[in-house]
Each structure stands twice: as structure tokens, then as C-alpha cells.
Design a protein around this ligand. Structure first.
Ligand code: NAP
Ligand code: MG
Length: 488
């Protein structure tokens, strides 16, 4: 701890910098496409840069895959599916998946640092949440690979074939694990595209998969922009599309595959309600609000971005929330003390700032945590809005940043009605001392995942997914496995 300036009342203490070392990281200056077990140049010869959003510095160039490259990757995946992966003993498949998980663990420090550099998320989160959970997904699904007959008793279980997978930038490695692990366990082969701003951990995963000795073509990792994703979606020889991203792109994909017979799971946006009842343990609930909306800078599909507080406790909750916001440390994502890192990109910061302006223009009352914004990089202070209405734009639309709206309610029926009054239905949180209230609310809230007296808890064994415009299909657990099999 370092001593801060003496204020009138007392000496204030501050944390000394505690940056994670990057000396062990050896990023290549250029990354190629991982197709058919080899790193190959893109057929267009084009590359694009990935940046560190905390410093605006370029990290590496990555290949830009076009339709020809996608075709090559799908052909490799089909060949590997037909000749090798679908024929292999399931217990052998399990060993490969297990090996990926083990090598990921061995390289976990490197993966965490690269995730933080490329995405702007804090090292504490990439080290303690993203990377361990990603490893756990591979371990968990490795366990199912040779037990599919027990997973789906009395049914004949068959893989779907080639899975085309497209993922977003908020949990780059974790989303890759959510997609690849169940697909492989069920006997499918994969063509996956990470998001353009965060391709690097997926490319390290390609190295890991290579090191694990997976037969060529079982997993193909290709980088590119939205049109690369569209080429995967529109390829005739893909049997299943697994997409995580925005509702807008989800709708485009659904239209594109209508009538093709391709199977799909769509994990889309959200505007989840976090509900504080008057009997809730207030201090824990305040931590839950902080974790719900400021975890990963609010770049979380299931972020608790709409807070509902029962009227009797609203003053104390808002007071404690503001006090806690002032203690949050914003800044260098590589510093182990940092709570709020960088916004993923300049474009996303512009989107968040647009919504903050709309909130102010529509007459809501704003409060922002007291923190110093670094000169370089893309940052947004933790922000809350009170005096909002159900019809306010910032209550209705997904912001995907550290911005919370706060509404009040008097009765349980009122909060159920308000919480469900959204086009989305991904997650919700309920804070109360009474089990009966938890059961009442959880059965009436239209959301795929509901947490009671906690928030943003994830586990590979438990299914995750949405209702309504938050998409369909589940990832995680047995439900996640069933999305990659044909049952006869
Ligand atoms: P996005 O713009 O929809 O992009 C997601 C992925 O799709 C990226 O890889 C993107 O490539 C690609 N893509 C863009 N246009 C495409 C098209 N026409 N066809 C096929 N692929 C296309 O979403 P995002 O901004 O990266 O991510 C934020 C959104 O994801 C939020 O709405 C969030 O709620 C949602 N999300 C949902 C979940 C969930 O599980 N429900 C989890 C995480 C995030 P580029 O990167 O090159 O644009
Ligand atoms: Mg980046």
C-alpha cells in the first residue's frame, strides 16, 4: 500500500501498482489461418491488425479469411469428420479433448495475459474466471465423450457433422471453449471464427490443439470480419451453425439458414433484471449489483443491467452502491488491483457514450464512480442512472457497457411485470431472504438463467441460454451436448 496525499480528516491509502508481467509472452507479428492441421496463408494475402484497447497499441496482424479459405476449412472438416473423427473410438476422442484442457492449463498464465492484452479485460478476471472456466469446459465434455449412451438413454446417438461456429469479443477464449468442447465430444468437426478485435487467444488455442495432436481438419480456426462469418453460415456443407453475438446478426443468420436444414443455436443479446427485495441482505446485494453490471466492463450478455429495488430500501441501496462505486479501481487491465479495465474497442466506447448521452437527454439522473480515466486507451467509468422509466431507451436497449439503470417497485407482481417487459430473456437475479419469494419469482421470470442471492456464476455443468430475442438453444451441461447430436 502507498500513502496518498493527506486530506483534512485522515490519511488516505492507495494501492501500489501491481502489474502482471508480460515478459513471458511471445506474440508473433503475424498469424495465419489454422486449416487442416497447418497454419496457412489467406488466399487473398490480406491481414488485419488486432489492438490492445488499453493502450491503443497494435499487438499482431491476423489473416483475413475469405470465401475460398472458408471453403478450404469446411472441406478439411468434412474429410476429417468422414474419415477419422466420427469413426474413432469415443474413449480416444475423450483423450484428445482432455489433452487440450491439460495443455491449456499449462499455458494458462500466457492465455490470461494475452486475453487481457487483446480484449482489455482485467487480468484478475481472465486469470480467475475466463481461463479456468475454459479449461473446465474441455475437461467436462472430455468426460462425456464416451458416455453419450448414458447421456441420452435408450436412444441412438449420432453426431451432426461439420459445425460452423462464430463467437463474439467479450469472452474470446471461453466462448471458443463453449463451442468447440461439446462439438468434439459428440463427434463433430469444427470451423470456428473468433471476433475481429479479439482473435489472439483462439490462435494460441490453435497451437494448443496442434500440440495435442488432434487429427488434421478436426478443428479449423479462421480469422476475419463479419463477411468471413457469413461465408461459414452460407456454406452448403455445414450441418450446424452455433452463433454467439448480437441479436441483429442472429436474425440475419436465421434468415440465411431458413429452409436449408442446417441446425442452429443462437446465443444473443440481453437486458437482464437484477431484483432487490426489501428483505435482501443489502451489503451482499450491493456486491451482487456491482458484479452484475461492472464485471468485464459490462460486456456481458447476461449483465444485470436493469436494477429493480423495492421502494422501502431504495435509498440505502443507492447510497451504498454509490459509495462502493467510488472504491472501484479503473485503469491498466494488467494491474492485479484493477476492477474495471478497458472497453473492448473505440467503436464500442462510442456506442456506450451514445447511450449515456441519450440517458441524460431523456432526463435521467446520472452518477459516475470517481475514477481517473487514463489518457490513452478506451475507458468508461462505472455509471448508474436513476429517474428512468420503463420506456426509457437506456432501459429498453442493450448497452453492453458499465451502465446500469435503476427502477423501483412496490409489489412482487409489479416487478415481475416490469422485469419481463423486454424483448430479451437471457438472465435475471433475485435478492431476498425468503426461499418462497425466490421460488415465486424464479418460476415467473421469463429468463433462461436465474440466480438467487448471487450473480454471474457459471459452471460447465449448467445450461446457459435465452428466451425470446436472446436466442434459442443451450450451451453447457447435457443440454449443451444435445445441441450437437442427432437422436434416433
Ligand atoms: P456481433 O457483431 O453479432 O458479432 C459476433 C460475431 O459474429 C463476430 O465474430 C462477428 O465478426 C460475426 N459476424 C458479424 N456479422 C456477421 C454476419 N453477417 N454473419 C456471420 N457472422 C457475423 O456481436 P458482438 O458485438 O461481437 O458481441 C456482442 C453481442 O454478443 C452482444 O449483443 C451480446 O449480448 C452478445 N453475446 C451473447 C452471449 C450469449 O451467450 N447469449 C454471449 C456473449 C455475447 P466481427 O467480429 O468481425 O464483426
Ligand atoms: Mg484486440
Amino acid at each position: 500500500m502507498a500513502k496518498k496525499k493527506n486530506t483534512q480528516a485522515a490519511v488516505e491509502w492507495d494501492y501500489s501498482p501491481s502489474p502482471e508481467s508480460t515478459s513471458h509472452i511471445e506474440l508473433k507479428s503475424k498469424y495465419d489461418l489454422y486449416i487442416d492441421g497447418k497454419f496457412v496463408k489467406p488466399s487473398s494475402g490480406k491481414y488485419f491488425a488486432s489492438y490492445n484497447p488499453a493502450t491503443e497499441e497494435k499487438l499482431a496482424d491476423v489473416a483475413y479469411a475469405n470465401e475460398k479459405d472458408v471453403d478450404k476449412a469446411v472441406k478439411a472438416a468434412r474429410k476429417a469428420y468422414t474419415n477419422v473423427w466420427s469413426k474413432m473410438e469415443a474413449s480416444e476422442r475423450a483423450k484428445y479433448i482432455f489433452r487440450i484442457a491439460r495443455i491449456m492449463q499449462e499455458r494458462s498464465r500466457e492465455l490470461a495475459v494475452v486475453e487481457t492484452l487483446d480484449a482489455g479485460k482485467t487480468i484478475r478476471e481472465s486469470r480467475d474466471v475466463d481461463v479456468p472456466l475454459a479449461c473446465n469446459h474441455f475437461f467436462y465434455y472430455a468426460g462425456w465423450a464416451d458416455k453419450l449412451d448414458y447421456a441420452f438413454p435408450n436412444r441412438k446417438v449420432e453426431p451432426l457433422g461439420v459445425a460452423g461456429q462464430i463467437i463474439p469479443w467479450n469472452f474470446p477464449l471461453l466462448m471458443a471453449a463453449w463451442k468447440i468442447a461439446p462439438a468434439l465430444a459428440a463427434g463433430n468437426t469444427v470451423v470456428i471464427k473468433p471476433a475481429e478485435t479479439t482473435p489472439l487467444t483462439a490462435l494460441i488455442l490453435a497451437e494448443i490443439i496442434h500440440e495435442a495432436g488432434l487429427p488434421p481438419g478436426v478443428v479449423n480456426i479462421i480469422t476475419g470480419y463479419g463477411d468471413t462469418g457469413a461465408a461459414i453460415v452460407n456454406h452448403d456443407d455445414v450441418d450446424k451453425i452455433a452463433f454467439t453475438g448480437s441479436t441483429a446478426v442472429g436474425k440475419i443468420i436465421q434468415k440465411a439458414i431458413a429452409g436449408t436444414g442446417k441446425k442452429a443455436t443462437l446465443e444473443l443479446g440481453g437486458k437482464s433484471a437484477n431484483i432487490i427485495m426489501d428483505d435482501a441482505p443489502i451489503d451482499q446485494a450491493v456486491e451482487g449489483i456491482i458484479n452484475g453490471i461492472f464485471f468485464n466492463q459490462g460486456h456481458v450478455c447476461c449483465a444485470g443491467s436493469r436494477l429493480f429495488v423495492q421502494e422501502a430500501v431504495v435509498d440505502i441501496v443507492v447510497k451504498k452502491l454509490k459509495r462502493r462505486m467510488d472504491t472501484l479501481i479503473l485503469g491498466d487491465p494488467l494491474d492485479k488491483n484493477t476492477d474495471i479495465g478497458a472497453i473492448n474497442s473505440k467503436e464500442q466506447l462510442a456506442v456506450i457514450n451514445k447511450y449515456i448521452k441519450i440517458g441524460i437527454d431523456e432526463g435521467a439522473e446520472m452518477y459516475q464512480g470517481k475514477c481517473v480515466i487514463p489518457e490513452k486507451g478506451y475507458y468508461c467509468p462505472p455509471t448508474i442512472f436513476t429517474d428512468v422509466a420503463q420506456s426509457s431507451t437506456i432501459v429498453q436497449e442493450e448497452i453492453f457497457g458499465p451502465v446500469l439503470t435503476i427502477q423501483t417497485f412496490r409489489t412482487v407482481d409489479e416487478v415481475i411485470q416490469k422485469a419481463n417487459n423486454t424483448p430479451y430473456g437471457l438472465a435475471a437475479g433475485v435478492w431476498t431472504d425468503k426461499g418462497s419469494r425466490i421460488f415465486n419469482l424464479t418460476t415467473k421470470l421469463r429468463a433462461g438463467v436465474i440466480w438467487a442471492n448471487t450473480y454471474n456464476k457459471f459452471d460447465p455443468t449448467s445450461p446457459f441460454g435465452g428466451y425470446k430475442e436472446s436466442g434459442f438453444g443451450r450451451e453447457g451441461g447435457l443440454h449443451g451436448l444435445s445441441a450437437y447430436v442427432k437422436l434416433k
